[in-house]
Design a protein around this ligand. Structure first.
Ligand SMILES: [Zn+2]
Ligand SMILES: [Zn+2]
Length: 261
């Protein structure tokens, strides 16, 4: 097992397609598994990629739009049915507890393990070698967050091994650039192509060119375009080409794509 990798479980925006599932990203570092968002179908995608759902220790939710969270009640039920006893931690904007309580009451399943819900603020130490720093993003009127995940080495001095920045859904916003400065990998909202910049901003999203400009301004090492509208299913190179003109080290996320850090 490589020390660190990212696996894209779902890379679509809003609605799924044959090609792309709803947003969810898995980060593995030193045998710890962290999910970034959990769209509907994420647990199936984990299983298809040979990863049991009970390997997940932490789930980071960017915001409570359905495309980013409808996989959560399902995965929790599977974890319970598989006899999980270990705690699951969820970092999420306010409201997730209500959704989980309603799902378990109405569908009458018994939660067999503890869930800790953590507010996205300050520095959150997830594991001995992994810390998370949430930051606000500029999406719609819903509260939305991005996350910087920092992974550290095992030495006494706790040297930073890499940092990963995930924006969730966002329109361009200055505060965000400050927060993600110098990240090794940036996973950025890239819902539309550059000809649709007005629509993107009106809906609280970004184009791939915006994502590339942000990557350049923030001085990140690699950019991965994520949250791709279904309208580009047959022409997703267009999204990538727009960004490559501005930022060379850009990749387009595809379902099942693994990125080694
Ligand atoms: Zn979304
Ligand atoms: Zn959204």
């Amino acid at each position: 097992m490589s020390e660190a990798w990212i696996l894209f479980l779902g890379t679509a925006a809003g609605t799924p397609s044959k090609k792309r599932g709803l947003p969810s990203i898995l980060l593995q570092y030193r045998g710890k598994y962290i999910l970034l968002d959990i769209g509907e179908g994420s647990q199936r995608s984990l299983i298809k990629n040979g990863i049991g759902v009970n390997r997940i220790d932490h789930i980071l939710i960017s915001h409570l739009h359905g495309d980013h969270i409808f996989g959560l009640p399902g995965i929790i039920q599977t974890m319970s049915m598989e006899g999980r006893e270990r705690k699951l931690s969820i970092i999420s904007p306010e409201g997730i507890e209500k959704i989980l309580n309603a799902a378990s009451q109405i569908t009458s399943y018994q939660l067999e393990f503890p869930i800790e819900i953590i507010k996205p603020e300050g520095e959150i130490s997830l594991e001995q070698y992994i810390s998370v720093y949430p930051f606000k993003t500029c999406h719609t009127n819903i509260e939305s967050f991005g996350y910087i995940i920092k992974a550290f080495g095992t030495g006494k001095e706790k040297k930073e091994r890499f940092s990963l920045a995930y924006t969730g859904d966002t329109a361009p916003c200055e505060e965000l650039i400050e927060k993600i400065k110098g990240a090794d990998v940036l996973i950025h909202d890239s819902t539309f192509d550059s000809s649709m910049v007005e629509k993107a901003i009106a809906f609280g999203h970004s184009t791939s060119s915006i994502a590339a400009k942000v990557a350049k301004m923030a001085g990140v090492k690699s950019l991965i375009l994520f949250h791709i509208s279904n309208r580009y299913n047959d022409k997703s190179e267009m999204i990538l080409d727009n960004a490559l003109k501005i930022f060379k080290n850009t990749f387009l996320a595809e379902d099942g794509m693994k990125f080694y850090i």
